[in-house]
Design a protein around this ligand. Structure first.
Ligand code: ZN
Length: 426
């Protein structure tokens, strides 16, 4: 996963354009071969929005009067404000500063700034650099253009549909619209490739899976505008993966009322995986969960993060780079997603088939000598049987008896094989 982040890091992505397409091509060709790339023309109306024109960025720099470039887009693509209009002007320091954006919280970081829907141009640099600029004549140069739908401008979506036994779906979404930053963005793509690999390797899939890579906001709105009916009909739980590559925290943003299967499963998995996790209410939303849980859309989709967007100081700056994420961090996030998949796939209602406690000993399931200590080894099994009364799904039982679903799944399997429990259809 980290290798993929290294490969994608230098590419200048935006909500649309060649960098985003190149990113999708690499992911498809090297990691997710059955991914479809769907292109929707710029100018298409999607619910209350219109897909903006594609941004083509070729070059951007500020040079001093000696012709020395003091910042250069080719060295760090955060130096240009995303969706900047072209400019080729010579200005004094005072005028230059009107077009420079800095990170107020950290004098050594270059901020990530965009202006998709308001026409402007601008540059980003560290506060330290801006404040040390001498009086001079500066050359502001941006070579960019905008491509309409008629000129071939498109919004690109990566989509994978993996069928299972049921039409009901588990949904994963992440986004690909940020330039060179790692936790906020690339981490989601990297984790998705591993989730994909896991889903493909499952010997049996009870559920179908829908995985998408889109530009944030306009991408999820566009995707929903084309698929809302089937998504509302089929999705039982979904995860918007964002900021999942650091190894500090684990967190998730709940759905609007925190009452969906996605909320339930991720809270359960995180409780055992990382007890200090944070559950943020929907009032702290910020990524595509805003669209997935909007009125009338109401999909059961949480946002899954390690350190949540906006909550870590490196967020949206040049310090959210390859040294801020790690293979270990990505692996931990993948592990949580895998456990959510496992729990959902195994999430049946069970009922024990006999009255009173079953005699486990005669089936070789219980130590036949009763002494202190020997009971604890199978306490989880007996607790599970006690609550396998048809009222609780496996996640409920996990919550009640204090054992992770991953420990209960093999027990349920053993009891099924011994014909001691049955699945209750609901
Ligand atoms: Zn972001």
């Amino acid at each position: 996963m980290y290798e993929l982040a290294e490969k994608l890091f230098p590419i200048c992505r935006s909500i649309m354009g060649e960098g985003t397409r190149e990113t999708l091509r690499i992911v498809r060709d090297e990691y997710m071969p059955d991914m479809e790339i769907i292109n929707v023309p710029c100018g298409t109306k999607v619910f209350d929005w219109t897909i903006p024109n594609e941004w083509v960025i070729r070059d951007a720099y500020i040079a001093n009067s000696r012709g020395e470039k003091i910042i250069d887009f080719k060295e760090n693509n955060l130096h240009v404000v995303g969706y900047s209009y072209p400019v080729d002007e010579y200005v004094d320091l005072e005028e230059l500063k009107k077009h420079i954006y800095v990170e107020e919280q950290d004098e050594d970081a270059i901020p990530y700034v965009t202006s998709y829907y308001v026409k402007r141009y601008g540059f980003c640099m560290t506060m330290k650099q801006r404040d040390s600029l001498p009086e001079d004549t500066y050359h502001m140069y941006i070579d960019s253009e905008f491509k309409t739908g008629e000129e071939g401008g498109v919004l690109s979506i990566g989509e994978v549909l993996i069928p299972g036994e049921s039409e009901q779906e588990i949904f994963f979404s992440t986004y690909d619209c940020h330039p060179s930053m790692c936790n906020d963005q690339l981490s989601g793509i990297c984790t998705m490739t591993e989730v994909y690999k896991y889903i493909k390797s499952m010997p049996r899939r009870r559920y179908s899976y829908r995985l998408i890579i889109i530009p944030e906001t306009i991408g999820s709105i566009t995707y929903l505008s084309k698929n809302i009916d089937v998504m509302k009909k089929n999705i039982i739980a979904g995860f918007n993966m964002t900021c999942v590559g650091d190894n500090l925290d684990y967190s998730y943003v709940q759905t609007k009322y925190a009452d969906t299967l996605a909320d339930k499963v991720i809270a359960n998995v995180l409780k055992y995986h990382y007890p200090d996790y944070h559950a943020y209410s929907f009032l702290k939303r910020g990524s595509d969960e805003r669209q997935y849980c909007a009125p009338g859309v109401e999909l059961p989709v949480v946002a899954f993060c390690r350190s949540k967007f906006g909550e870590f100081p490196e967020y949206h700056t040049s310090k959210d780079n390859l040294s801020f994420i790690s293979e270990e961090g990505l692996q931990g996030a993948y592990e949580v997603m895998r456990q959510c998949i496992d729990a959902l796939e195994a999430n049946y209602y069970y009922r024990v088939k006999c009255l009173c406690e079953p005699q486990l000993g005669k089936r070789g399931l219980f130590p036949t000598i009763s002494k202190r200590g020997s009971y604890n080894a199978i306490q989880v099994m007996t607790h599970f049987i006690t609550y396998a009364d048809g009222r609780n799904d496996i996640i409920d039982i996990s919550n009640i008896i204090g054992a992770p679903v991953s420990e209960i799944i093999p027990i349920a399997k053993t009891l099924l094989e011994n014909d001691l429990i049955e699945v209750v259809e609901r």
